[in-house]
Write a protein that binds this ligand. Structure first.
Ligand SMILES: *Cc1c(COP(=O)(O)O)cnc(C)c1O
Length: 725
């Protein structure tokens, strides 16, 4: 299937010899292609950083003088040519996995819906793991050559920027995104006018425009309600990710699901398969049913049968408190006219979102709607599959827990986006060959890690740690300056952390179940560990708490207070505004990645995979993905997978376990050096970690699993049911 591509108006004024830079800037391919990223950096290194690694903004603000200089720079031009050749090869690849396996026959298209997408720092429309996973899904779909499109919302203010006050309190900033200066373009119609669609609420219509982000081969369509045609209130619908009240959330989900399908239809795309990443997008299933009914003169039940076989629903929740539910009155307010379009009464409609369809007191639950309208549903790790079957069993009252039709596909990461390209990645190129990039699930390729000399691997890693320490100092300085700290203290930031010291990273959303402060449980013991004169340890923390999450915010404060302890200033840092850019430095540069969720509440977790792919060792509770791979030669397990009734007691036991692991195993292993000052046994573990984790916990494997187990049967079922009209 071909997609309507944005009418090619020249958006950037570039000298002739540099015109292709514009093309590169507007395809997120550069985010996982080291050479392309380096090319932009080379253009203007400091501007690259100050624009937040945003090539469009950079090309829009760079001086004409500098551009002319580059247009005459033979070295730069030959780099540009090289990157363009790579880009053309990638875009024209006729040998993708999909083409080799399925050929080019059949007009199929999968639409992947998500409320957030994390592609890179300069498109801030994600909050955490769910969004980064969605972004990595698109990148791997592109690598594999799948006919897939993404659908999401374009938030005017995105997710908030975190700013910490002196006392550790979090404040939230909402700078407005300038859509014309990020690598997206308005989706236009053939006549050049912007594509506009309407989404109806019972009282009125909302006008939506569509933006197009190109991710390699995969288009991502982002819906935007901030138009003058809409009321002030409606313009807010796509203002903030996870912002506003329930009413706002419901309006957003109507735009995402119903608007998303309408937008695709307006572009001539009728998805064969629809993949809903979390329940936010579940209305897409209803809109597909509505369209199928009206196109084929079918009843709701008939259309539902057809649509359900080709819907896939992935759940990411582990607790009922964390899911989207709406009061029936609210649903009624916005959708009562929609019921009749589906040929349903109010009760019939609301029943679709209730565990017990006849219980009128039940709210309307988006995951329930998604489960009811998807033949295929899955959790995101084996353990989470089990948890989900238990959690949602009451939707299928006639089935036992084992029979509940929720399977699992374990999450992964897009390796090329997360592995440090110019250090570890270039060692891989040298010793594994280039195919680790396009065939990352091939176990035998990763076996060749044995061939990397210990010294070179260690050097590459130490380089990453040094770079991280530099970034941390820079950010601390900026943080302190902005807090109005005294000059002495700002100067102290220049000596914060040490580039040679064993470094622990703990960065995640600050949600209570993740227990980011567990390691502070016994402050005295922790302080002794950190300040050991011969074998010191340092910790870097980062993470945002949702603006309404008082507990999460308290946890941040607790850590900031701890960093102020006497004697710890140089040993511990909290870096504000955790995002993908900071995440990349962290997962590449620390030695230990610490993960302490309360089992079984972490659905999967992906940051530990990013760390492992860079040779960082995990110390983690056996939750989410970790039990699927943990073995003693690749990292450490906190506990044995117990589930506790008494949370206080659990924290006591598990925090002690962390200290024990650090004191008895991690620290000796790290500081036990040979004559060349190499920690040989540590390096062995780095290698085992990468060999075990890279080929399995990547999105290449994950997306193929979705394709083979879910999308393909869905396509076949759909075709089977539609062939004879
Ligand atoms: C990978 C990533 C996450 C997800 O990490 P978890 O292990 O699931 O907590 C969250 N935020 C950012 C910025 C990330 O890059």
């Amino acid at each position: 299937m071909t997609y309507p591509i944005v009418a090619g108006k020249p958006l950037l004024q570039l000298p002739d010899k540099l015109t292709r830079l514009g093309e590169l800037a507007y395809n997120f391919w550069w985010t996982w292609n080291q050479e392309a990223g380096d090319l932009f950096r080379q253009l203007a290194p400091s501007l690259w950083e100050t624009t937040g690694q945003n090539p469009v903004l950079m090309l829009g603000t760079i001086s004409q003088w500098r551009l002319q200089e580059l247009a005459n720079d033979k070295g730069f031009l030959s780099n540009l040519e090289h990157v363009c050749r790579k880009f053309d090869e990638y875009m024209g690849n006729e040998q993708t996995w999909y083409k080799r396996t399925y050929g080019t026959t059949g007009e199929t298209c999968t639409a992947y819906f998500s409320a957030e997408f994390g592609l890179t720092g300069c498109l801030p429309i994600y909050s955490g793991g769910l969004g980064v996973l969605a972004g990595d899904h698109l990148k791997s779909a592109s690598d594999l050559g799948l006919p897939l499109v993404g659908v999401g919302l374009l938030y005017q203010e995105g997710y908030f920027h975190q700013c910490l006050r002196r006392d550790g309190r979090q404040s939230e900033l909402y700078p407005s995104n300038d859509f014309h200066n990020i690598p997206i373009q308005l989706q236009r119609q053939e006549d050049g006018s912007p594509l506009i669609i309407e989404v109806g609420y019972s009282t009125h219509q909302v006008t939506i425009q569509v933006w197009h982000a190109q991710v390699g081969h995969v288009p991502l369509f982002l819906l935007d309600a901030n138009l003058v045609a809409n009321s002030a209130q409606d313009r807010q619908i796509t203002n903030r990710l996870y912002g506003g009240d329930l009413n706002m959330r419901l309006c957003q989900e109507i735009v995402l699901g119903i608007g998303g399908i309408r937008a695709l239809n307006a572009m001539g795309i009728q998805p064969t398969v629809c993949h809903m990443n979390e329940g936010h997008a579940a209305f897409a299933a209803l809109e597909r049913i509505r369209i199928t009914m009206s196109q084929n003169h079918l009843s709701f039940a008939e259309a539902r049968g057809l649509v359900s076989v080709s819907n896939i629903f992935t759940t990411h929740t582990t607790v009922l408190a964390g899911i989207d539910e709406f009061p029936p009155g609210l649903v009624d307010k916005h959708l009562c006219d929609y019921y009749s379009l589906l040929g349903l009464s109010c009760d019939e409609f609301l029943a679709l979102g209730r565990r017990n369809p006849t219980d009128e007191s039940e709210p309307f639950c988006m995951p329930v709607l998604a489960f009811r309208l998807s033949t295929q549903a899955n959790g995101v790790s084996k353990l989470h599959g089990e948890v989900s079957r238990r959690l949602w069993q009451n939707i299928w009252t006639d089935l036992s827990e084992e029979e509940v039709p929720i399977t699992s596909v374990t999450n992964g990461i897009h390796l090329r986006s997360w592995i440090s390209g110019n250090t570890t990645g270039s060692l891989f190129d040298q010793y594994l060959g280039k195919h680790w990039r396009d065939d990352p699930s091939n176990v035998s390729i990763w076996q060749k890690i044995d061939n990397i000399p210990a010294e070179e691997l260690w050097q590459a890693h130490e380089q990453c740690r040094e770079r991280l320490v530099m970034v941390v100092r820079q950010r601390l300085r900026a943080q302190l300056r902005q807090q109005g700290a005294p000059p002495d203290e700002i100067r102290m930031a220049d000596k914060a952390l040490d580039p040679k010291t064993l470094t622990i990273g703990l960065a995640r959303r600050f949600a209570e179940y993740k227990r980011p402060t567990l390691i502070l449980h016994d402050p005295e013991r922790l302080q002794r560990i950190l300040t050991n004169r011969d074998h010191p340890v340092q910790i870097i923390f980062a993470g945002k708490a949702h603006p309404d999450d008082k507990i999460g915010k308290k946890l941040i404060q607790q850590i900031v207070h701890f960093t102020r302890r006497k004697g710890l200033y140089y040993q511990i840092a909290f870096i504000e505004d955790y995002d993908m850019t900071l995440a990349r430095y962290l997962v590449q540069g620390v030695d230990i990645w610490l993960n302490t969720p309360r089992r079984p509440l972490e659905a999967c977790g992906t940051s530990g995979m990013k760390a492992a792919a860079n040779g960082v060792l995990n110390v983690s509770v056996l939750d989410g993905w970790w039990p699927e791979i943990y073995q003693p030669d690749i990292g450490w397990a906190i506990g044995c997978g117990e589930v506790y009734k008494d949370a206080k007691y659990q924290d006591e036991v598990e925090s002690q376990a962390i200290y024990d692991i650090l004191e008895r195993e991690v620290i000796p292993l790290f500081y036990n050096r040979d004559n060349d000052n190499l920690p040989q046994n540590w390096i062995k573990r780095m290698k085992s970690t990468m060999q075990a984790i890279c080929p399995r916990f990547n999105t290449d494997r994950m997306v193929r699993e979705y394709y083979e187990h879910f999308y393909t049967p869905a396509i076949e079922q759909y075709k089977h049911l539609t062939t004879d009209g």
